[in-house]
Design a protein around this ligand. Structure first.
Ligand SMILES: [Zn+2]
Length: 192
């Protein structure tokens, strides 16, 4: 802590707290890029402010205002770098999420198309439910949700679904079968 006894001798003493702020600020700034610098940056801000207040009230017996300022700059920069990195990483997460969601919706669309093809090829009707084995010949590749969601094929009619919220097929041909063949090879419920 600060020594106030120096006032008696008349020589101004360098504020130790200012030295600490300088050290912590630089350390905190440099290491904020690897996340461990943040406590140091915060400590630098705190000690920098306290040191500058003490120097101000010491009436010339304490020096180190400049060092404390450098410490403060380092500390605030360190915290800003962390904030920036958090913002970037959150934006990257959101982008990844959107990419995953789009890939899943593309899968759902393929399953939806495969259902129509299966219904036409096997003379199935609205309400009949295919399995993945049934749809395999009509799917370009194995359909897997990139986020690990479970697919529900559903019957001919309703859209296939993913268990992950937001992975939803929104734009869809309202007819479960193609318009040209509607009514010809897909009678509604042909079996009892
Ligand atoms: Zn999904």
């Amino acid at each position: 802590m600060e020594t106030t006894g120096q006032a008696k001798t008349g020589a101004a003493q360098s504020s130790r707290l200012a030295n600490w702020s300088l050290f912590l600020g630089l350390f905190g700034f440099v290491f904020s890029f690897v996340f461990i610098g943040v406590p140091f940056a915060i400590a630098a801000i705190f000690s920098g402010h306290v040191a500058r207040t003490r120097i101000k009230h010491a009436a010339g017996t304490l020096t180190g205002k400049g060092k404390a300022l450098v410490g403060l700059i380092g500390g605030y920069s360190g915290v800003s770098v962390l904030g920036l990195m958090l913002a970037i990483s959150s934006a990257a997460d959101k982008m990844q999420e959107a990419v995953n969601g789009n890939a899943c919706i593309a899968n759902l669309r393929q399953i939806d198309t495969a259902k129509k093809l299966w219904a036409q090829a096997s003379k199935k009707a609205i309400g009949d439910t295919p399995t993945f084995r049934d749809l395999k010949p009509y799917l370009p590749q194995e359909s897997k949700c990139p986020k690990g969601g479970q697919y529900k094929i559903n019957a001919i009619g309703p859209a296939p679904e993913c268990s992950i919220p937001g992975h939803k097929l929104s734009f869809r041909d309202p007819s479960p079968i193609s318009q040209t063949n509607a009514g010809t090879n897909l009678p509604d419920r042909p079996r009892p």
